[in-house]
Design a protein around this ligand. Sequence first.
Ligand SMILES: [Zn+2]
Length: 84
Amino acid sequence: MSSKVYCYHCMTYHHPETMRKMVTRSGERWRCIRSIEAARRNPDERDAFGEQQSELNRLKARSSLEGRMLERRLLTPSCQRGLD
Ligand SMILES: [Zn+2]
């Protein structure tokens, strides 16, 4: 079990080993290296990166829903099939 650290840039949680501590006016905050690198490469990419993240979250939410539905189908008692 690994605890995750809140990333103020993505507004989500990442593994601490993928993050870097940033000192801001409001104190120490954690931000993932990925977003730092992306911002360094091209500051204009920051918005695109955020959109990519939300798209990823949408996909993740959808796939987990589909996963649950599939799980339910698989858990449906198979003995019903043996009745006929
Ligand atoms: Zn992040």
